[in-house]
Design a protein around this ligand. Sequence first.
Ligand SMILES: Nc1nc2c(c(=O)[nH]1)N[C@H]1C(S)=C(S)[C@@H](COP(=O)(O)O)O[C@H]1N2
Ligand SMILES: [Mo]
Length: 203
Amino acid sequence: MGVTRGFTGRRRKGADERLPPGQYDTGAGWPVLTAELAPQVDLSTWQLSIGGLVETPTTWSWDDLRALPPSSYNGDIHCVTTWSKFDTTFAGVSLDTLLEVARPRPEATHVVATAVTGYTTNMPIDDVVDGKAWIVWEFGGLPLATEHGGPVRMLVPHLYFWKSTKWITRIDFLDHDEPGFWERNGYHDRGDPWLEQRYQGDA
Ligand SMILES: Nc1nc2c(c(=O)[nH]1)N[C@H]1C(S)=C(S)[C@@H](COP(=O)(O)O)O[C@H]1N2
Ligand SMILES: [Mo]
């Protein structure tokens, strides 16, 4: 998390230390990476559901989500195609807030996040709890643009950005791992940028 520590006298990390191996700083730009056609999502009918191995399968409307305590992410994002973007600000709700309601069952080990388009990505539960994942609808204080997954996307910034599903609509809890779209097409199962887990077979 991008906590400002200037007043403690600690030096701000230099660009080199903030870049995971093999990444470059994309600067002010923000590349768009979309495998499918960007959908038009109507917020009056859009819903987010959490299901599968949870105690209370739950569906939230857009109004439901905005009534929850807000949470934001301030920090860097890293795409497997080697760009990183520093100091992003996303706002929405922490996934933890939703999981307090849905309550994953003890046998659940993995999640699959699904977009309205059918795009999917998988993650171990540990990667989406304890302040590591968000459902977001603002970037830099403005509504999230359609091409970047607006109105609502998932954000899991400590993993490569393909784990951050644009146009999110469901998250399912499973008792096994189930590769998503890019994972079936050769990308690494977990995708930790600091371990450079780009492709199947990487560490
Ligand atoms: N629904 C959906 N989500 C997606 C993708 C996609 O193709 N479809 N691409 C992923 C990849 S590979 C990346 S790097 C990021 C890109 O997000 P951006 O276009 O906002 O930069 O979204 C991820 N989420
Ligand atoms: Mo990506």
